[in-house]
Design a binder for this molecule. Structure first.
Ligand code: G16
Length: 543
């Protein structure tokens, strides 16, 4: 197979964000853009000669073409083997599992997660290391450095490989093994979750609706929920992945999974509803008339995980990202286990999981996971919930109420201001940062500031330091506001404002979150001057 060294030069805008490189699809399709980033990734991880890589994506527009380019470049760079999901498909957690199962040297995952897909929407690519988890900051920094120095990339001249045929194929000197994307993942779930228990739940007439949002979890959910666990056909909706996610926004939250929310809050609602995102790592959980925030979901799973076979011996510890509510901290304290606070980004959980310091982890951004893989895992979270529902026999609303009665309720909401002019968003954050030291004791509306700082993290395993990870303002009485700039947007800046209020009075645990959070919202907006400084009067999305 002839190889080519193609001359190129650095391209602006290849700095990986919270989770790999995410850009408009049209940007990835520009000449040399994908190739430069892939070569820089290979170089940034010390070359791939003789190595084995797992490759797959969420099936969004350009997935198929990008995989062919990556395979040709992997071959030209001397890779020994690539393990590829059939049709180029792998959910992010399934890719993480495959890297671990096959002891591969790493993997490339093609996805822009919950962002829409299509020619005018978003695409993304990230490298996961041999532990199956997203590359650490040190690795992504090295990859970025290579993108600024690149002078040529290597690519083989070859026809496209037919990715529909399972089995082992030769591709120049490299082997490509095409695997069923679902089988190994489903086998793993059987070892962690009590499948017979859930099967009897469905046999007893339990009704569920799983919205795959036209994205990657469709095939996984059809196989596991309907074929293996006996949920009636039709339990999984929007279950066929499409390159533009049915022209939808595959983000499992009450805004974008509105059809599911309407069903769950309507007459004759099923017992349990759930949704997952573009690449299958996020999840949303909703009971009959009872939406569960991701932060509360993490707390609930922590409290009850021991009911599932994979966690019978209890949890080593738990971790949450800083903006995630402190509900899980309260459960962890009652269990007598450690609770770690990390920056936003699943990559920060990897060391804790590898070191055996935590078993479960999660984030406010609809992510929950455990030490079974090194990514968050949407379907796993749904299965663990089902296991808990089957064991306790209680509906979601009762489980949540029990949790709040025992530990108090952390009312929580996130405001997203999207596509803000980057300069204005930066100026607002800078102004806020500059007054942090003077904030303690300041009265804002009805609240008084108790503490204010910018979060930085010292990894307790490798002692790496990550600074500038979000501004947090704590108020007397248990309220907290956090400001961050998102690292996953593809246009302008997205300001995230996270609001939280702890309530421990048993009589005040069923109030509307909007009402409870009004004071902290007003205080946060007044201190930050977000509205006058950005020209925005309302968030684009509230979750
Ligand atoms: C990624 C990361 C998560 C992070 C989320 C939002 O998730 O893996 O750790 O919480 O982005 O990040 P940000 O607030 O910077 O936009 P995903 O599901 O998009 O891969």
């Amino acid at each position: 197979m002839p190889m080519q060294n193609v001359r190129t030069s650095p391209i602006e805008g290849q700095k990986p964000g919270t989770s790999g490189l995410r850009k408009k699809t049209t940007v990835f399709q520009r000449p040399h853009f994908l190739e430069n980033y892939v070569q820089s990734t290979f170089d940034g991880i010390g070359g791939i000669e003789g190595k084995t890589l797992v490759i797959g994506g969420d099936g969004r527009f350009f997935n198929d073409q990008a995989i062919q380019i990556i395979l040709r470049m992997a071959s030209a760079n001397g890779a020994k083997k690539c393990i590829v999901g059939q049709g180029g498909l792998l959910s992010t957690p399934a890719a993480s599992h495959l890297i671990r199962l096959r002891a591969a040297d790493g993997g490339l995952i093609l996805s822009a997660s919950h962002n829409p897909g299509g020619p005018d929407a978003d695409f993304g690519l990230k490298y996961n290391g041999p532990n199956g988890g997203p590359a650490t900051e040190a690795v992504t920094d090295e990859i970025f450095k290579r993108t600024t120095q690149i002078t040529c990339y290597r690519i083989a001249a070859a026809d496209d490989l037919d990715l529909s045929k399972l089995g082992t194929h030769s591709f120049g000197d490299m082997t490509v093994e095409i695997v069923d994307p679902v089988a190994d993942y489903a086998d793993l779930m059987k070892t962690i979750i009590d499948f017979p228990k859930i099967r009897s739940l469905f046999e007893g007439g339990f009704r569920m609706c799983f919205d795959a949002m036209h994205a990657i979890t469709g095939p996984y959910a059809h196989t596991i929920l309907e074929d293996m666990l006996g949920a009636p056909k039709g339990t999984v909706i929007n279950g066929v992945p499409s390159p533009d996610f049915g022209k939808g926004h595959p983000d499992p939250n009450p805004i974008w999974a509105k059809d599911l929310m309407d069903r769950m809050y309507g007459a004759d609602a099923p017992d349990f509803g759930a949704a997952s995102d573009g690449d299958g790592d996020r999840n949303m959980v909703v009971g009959r008339g009872a939406y569960v925030t991701p932060s509360d979901s993490l707390a609930l799973l922590t409290a009850h995980a021991h009911l599932a076979p994979g966690y019978r011996d209890g949890l080593a510890g738990v971790a949450r990202s800083m903006p995630t509510s402190r509900a899980v901290d309260r459960v962890a304290a009652s269990l007598g286990i450690d609770c770690f606070e990390t920056p936003t980004g699943w990559k920060f959980f990897g060391n804790l999981l590898d070191a055996g310091k935590v078993t479960l982890c999660g984030e406010e951004s609809a992510g929950t996971g455990s030490d079974h893989v090194r990514e968050k895992d949407g379907l796993w979270a749904v299965l663990l919930w089902l296991n808990i529902l089957a064991e306790t026999g209680k509906p979601v609303s009762e489980l949540m109420n029990d949790l709040w009665q025992a530990h108090g309720r952390c009312y929580y909401s996130r405001f997203d201001y999207e596509d803000v002019e980057s300069a204005k968003a930066g100026a607002m954050m800078d102004a806020l940062r500059s007054k942090l030291n003077a904030l303690v004791g300041v009265k804002a509306g009805d609240l008084v500031v108790e503490a204010a700082d910018e979060f930085s993290y010292l990894d307790p395993v490798d002692w790496s330091q990550s600074s500038g990870q979000g501004i947090r303002i704590a108020f007397e009485g248990g309220a907290r506001a956090v400001f961050r700039l998102s690292g996953t947007g593809t246009q302008g800046a997205t300001i995230r404002l996270y609001l939280e209020q702890l309530e421990t009075d048993p009589a005040k645990l069923q109030v509307s979150p909007d009402v409870v959070l009004q004071k902290v919202r007003d205080a946060a907006l007044s201190i930050s001057q977000l509205e006058p400084m950005t020209g925005r009067t309302a968030p684009d999305v509230i979750t």
